[in-house]
Design a protein around this ligand. Structure first.
Ligand SMILES: *Cc1c(COP(=O)(O)O)cnc(C)c1O
Length: 359
């Protein structure tokens, strides 16, 4: 239909999410969703909010949720910016902070692929820096002095799809070496055992941390993400947001998210369940002959010496199990497997045993 399209749409390559199929007995371990549901209090709050008040626009500044997140993270409410999923916040970040007279954006060669999608969409020039051979981010690559400071630095921590995390000391070194560059740390998986950079926000005006309710809070369907930074950076995001959609958070999402944040016990218990399942699954996969990258997330990046990743992905699919395979150089012989419940992990391992001829 390109005859009727805007010119730039012809050249767009959209982000490709893991496939979403709904078949009986299909086990989805391909998009890093939580195996269990969200806090029951979140579901109840959404039910309560489903009433005639839906005729009204939601509160324009979403203060209740920003305050709840601020209390939880020990920052101020005006240091919290909300979005319809963290992907939307990332889009605003590219538009509001990374378009700096052609200065490049630095990011790892292997990281969340949406960063490349947004770079192309907004025309942000990028410089991809190869991860070390063990797939870790080499801090010195980001602290070296350059003639022209980069417009920005972005990476996920823990990184995706590798699962490896930098320490807070590493992140502070990157911040200190780049005072005139925005450093965006995407902490989509931080609650599964990594150190958060949120505690550095008051010290560094060039730091922006992004988190999401989609993974550790089991609310991917609600579409809630947030950024934490000093107000100077968030004002730029707000200008872009209000030029685009002033009500990205709907009333039901706001109600559910507030209740989720306030249910500390459920949250901590559910994160621990996933962490325990991850450690067990890593052991079981190593026993089956897999190499397993160390992970601080709810997924494992694995490869097998005798079986190609694409062959294993296909064989698992036949058995009704979906896992993610990236056709990207350096990681095309790896599978990214979401950590499910103990029973789901068992089913995965049972299927792999059959496929590997070890049953
Ligand atoms: C899942 C994920 C996101 C997107 O989260 P939403 O809040 O669901 O949009 C962002 N960054 C990374 C690294 C992710 O894995």
């Amino acid at each position: 239909m390109s005859r009727l399209w805007s010119d730039h749409v012809v050249g767009l390559t959209p982000y490709l999410p893991g496939e979403q199929v709904k078949l009986d007995n299909m086990l989805k371990l391909n998009t890093n969703e939580h195996p269990n549901g969200p806090s029951p209090r979140a579901i109840e709050a959404i039910r309560q909010a489903a009433n005639d008040d839906l005729r009204l626009y939601p509160p324009v500044n979403s203060l209740a949720l920003r305050q709840a997140i601020a209390t939880w993270l020990k920052v101020e409410a005006d240091q919290v910016f909300l979005g319809n999923g963290s992907d939307e916040i990332l889009a605003h970040v590219f538009s509001a902070l990374f378009l700096r007279s052609g200065r490049p954006l630095l990011m790892p060669d292997i990281t969340y692929s949406f960063y490349t999608t947004y770079s192309t969409y907004y025309g942000v020039p990028t410089e991809c820096i190869p991860l070390a051979s063990d797939f870790s981010i080499r801090v010195s690559d980001y602290t070296a002095q350059r003639e022209v400071p980069p417009a920005g630095i972005i990476f996920a921590n823990p990184n995706a799809p590798t699962g490896r995390a930098l320490t807070i000391v590493d992140i502070e070194a990157i911040l200190q070496a780049n005072p005139d560059t925005v450093v965006v740390v995407d902490e989509a998986y931080v609650d599964f055992g990594a150190q958060s950079a949120v505690k550095l926000v008051n010290q560094y005006d060039n730091l922006l941390v992004i988190q999401t309710f989609s993974k550790s809070r089991a609310l991917a369907g609600l579409r809630v993400g947030f950024a934490v930074a000093q107000t100077g950076l968030l004002e730029a995001l707000a200008r872009v947001k209000d030029s685009f959609n002033s009500y990205p958070m709907d009333s039901l999402a706001l109600a559910g998210a507030v209740a989720s944040v306030q249910d500390h016990d459920y949250f901590e218990q559910q994160c621990q369940i996933v962490i325990n399942a991850r450690e067990q699954l890593a052991k079981d996969l190593i026993e089956l002959g897999f190499e397993v990258l160390p992970s601080k997330t709810n997924f494992l990046m694995v490869s097998h010496a005798n079986h190609s990743a694409s062959e294993l992905q296909q064989a698992l699919r036949v058995q009704g199990i979906l896992v993610r395979h990236f056709k990207q150089s350096r990681i095309d012989n790896y599978l990214r497997i979401t950590v499910g419940s103990p029973a789901q992990c068992q089913r995965l391992c049972d299927s792999l045993k059959v496929i590997l001829g070890r049953a």
